[in-house]
Design a binder for this molecule. Structure first.
Ligand SMILES: NC(=O)c1ccc[n+]([C@@H]2O[C@H](COP(=O)([O-])OP(=O)(O)OC[C@H]3O[C@@H](n4cnc5c(N)ncnc54)[C@H](OP(=O)(O)O)[C@@H]3O)[C@@H](O)[C@H]2O)c1
Length: 340
């Protein structure tokens, strides 16, 4: 007997990621019975447009989850900690965009198309990886299957939308004040982000890396089932771009690798699109990636730093593959695999 179509909820529906989740759901690839739009008391009662109709935003409370089968949540870590256990107890599958549960042993951390089987282990909560980790998983999984990753070094150039609506508005205001020579007091970032880059995303850890950088290390290990022998490090930098994270990636492999062969492999990898021809100055940029679903790869070259190494540039829409798109894909997998 096939299961009934699920009742969905989007928690954080008024936020940057929430709105993108709604845009993707509106593309009609997920079949559902009903959908609720949840946010905090602040937005409760306001209306949100979805599929050409206005819907009322409802305040998230425990009772709201009584008849929800799958919740797509992007309302911050504290909100997830507050509602995910309650929702799970009521039989709802809570797909969470925050970092609150990502490293918990009984919470699968999944990129659709990379480690879908891990979804079967869920106990009510499924975590969506951090945006900078997410975009790297599809190409890295394909490369690892063939060449076996030994060491990974990632440098990120991350868009302000990764820090939410407040940060997007701050970039605009900061640019405007800079252009007329007025002083600007930043609040979403430690320093002015207009015409600048900031080598700090999230708080510093004891080892001198930031939490964002350690997320890339720890989440990559969990998703790709890498053990401690595989060395991973990251430097995460905020840049004055609205949408689209870029990453310069250096990988050392166990096996012999060459750029030509790797290019062919990535050309045929699901979810990945090559923009890689230096003879025509073809490589990916965040402006091209914004609003699109693929992870774009270019500048693939044999490494001159490692014997069996590759270097490449990886760009994706951080609000899509880095958050909303993977959340929707996970909901789709949960439905297809009948895990709700
Ligand atoms: N932006 C990204 O690229 C990205 C990527 C990966 C993961 N994430 C994660 O996704 C989450 C949301 O990020 P965002 O960028 O979309 O933030 P945002 O634009 O600030 O939106 C936050 C959303 O959460 C809701 N919310 C806040 N407190 C709530 C509460 N107590 N109860 C119910 N809803 C509440 C807000 O509703 P109101 O309208 O009522 O305030 C709003 O809808 C964060 O955990 C973030 O770390 C973001």
């Amino acid at each position: 007997m096939t299961k009934k179509m699920p009742n969905l909820a989007v928690l954080g529906a008024t936020g940057v990621v929430g709105r993108e989740i709604l845009n993707i759901l509106a593309e009609n690839k997920v079949e559902y019975n009903s959908i609720k739009f949840l946010a905090s008391k602040r937005s409760a009662g306001s209306t949100i447009e979805f599929k050409g109709e206005n819907h009322t935003v409802i305040e998230a409370t425990d009772d709201v989850f009584d008849d929800i089968d799958i919740c797509l949540a992007s309302a911050g870590g504290e909100t997830s900690k507050r509602f995910a256990p309650v929702a799970a107890k009521k039989g709802c599958v809570f797909i969470d965009n925050s970092s609150a549960f990502r490293m918990e042993n009984d919470v699968p951390l999944v990129i659709a198309g990379v480690n879908d089987e891990d979804l079967r282990k869920h106990k009510g909560i499924i975590a969506n990886p951090n945006c900078s980790t997410s975009q790297l998983m599809l190409p890295l999984k394909a490369l690892d299957e063939k060449y076996k990753v030994k060491r990974l070094i990632v440098s990120t150039y991350q868009a302000v939308s990764g820090a939410g609506l407040k940060a997007i508005n701050e970039l605009t205001e900061n640019i405007k004040t800079n252009l007329v020579g007025m002083p600007y007091e930043p609040s979403a970032f430690k320093y002015e982000i207009a015409f600048n880059v900031i080598p700090q995303i999230d708080a510093f850890c004891e080892n001198g890396y930031t939490k964002e950088e350690m997320k890339v290390t720890n989440e990559t290990r969990k998703i790709l089932h890498f053990d401690e022998s595989i060395k991973i490090s990251c430097t995460a930098v905020r840049v004055p771009v609205y949408i689209g994270h870029s990453e310069a990636v250096s990988v050392e492999f166990e096996n012999k690798v060459n750029a030509k062969e790797a290019r062919e492999l990535l050309k045929n990898t699901w979810g990945v699109e090559l923009r890689d021809d230096i003879s025509t100055f073809t490589y990916p940029t965040p402006k091209d990636a914004a609003g699109k679903n693929p992870v774009y790869i270019g500048r693939i070259r044999d490494s001159i730093a490692f014997d069996n190494g590759l270097e490449f540039f990886c760009v994706a829409d951080n609000l899509r593959i880095g958050a909303a798109l993977n959340t929707v894909r996970l909901a789709q997998k949960v439905i297809e695999m009948e895990l709700y």
